[in-house]
Design a binder for this molecule. Sequence first.
Ligand code: DX5
Ligand code: ZN
Length: 219
Amino acid sequence: MATAQIYPSLLAADFARIADAARSVEGRADWLHVDVMDYHFVPNLAFSGDTVTALRQITDTPLDCHLMIENPDRWAPGFAERGAANVTIHAEAVDDLPRTTDAIRAAGARTGLAVKPATPIEHYADDLRRFDLLLLMTIEPGFGGQTFMDSVLPKIEAARRLLDARGLDLWLQIDGGVNAETIERAAAAGVDVFVAGTAVYGAADPAAAVEALRAQALR
Ligand code: DX5
Ligand code: ZN
């Protein structure tokens, strides 16, 4: 694997110091991961479009929005309009996939497709060409600090084979339970973009943690 991108997840940051958390990894993190939750798609509530607007004022690091919400068809383009560099929607929630990806792109962002651990990717194989990124969740979405699900590793390997076989230039991202130990297995399975919350913001030095994770992934 030639590259390993690390996206710190602000869900694991001190919510009273979000700007400090964003700045603490500036120049080290490739992008910042912003989790959006609505108490419906997942049993938790997190960042909103206003968060994206506010973050864009204080950092130049590109923002990767992970929408864990119902009806992403309606809300996703707004995140692109507010300056997100990528907007990822969940396969389990989207109704009109082409219309939604077109609207996100028209608003100026890249777009990603996310699947929960139990959702097979084969069903979406023909839709992948519409996306820039495929996110395979390695936990049940909703909360940080959970244990990496090794049971997803075969799906990661299958996704890497599928992308390569079809000549699709998507980034393969995982989210959940990424740490210095699990990142090696995921990198070996073909992941090139790693979201990490607790492993970055639970560390005394978040910037150093980003570099340590990247080094582990490239071993
Ligand atoms: C959870 C979120 C993740 C979360 C990951 O649904 O999508 O981005 O922050 O947290 P860690 O890295 O602690 O598992
Ligand atoms: Zn996430």
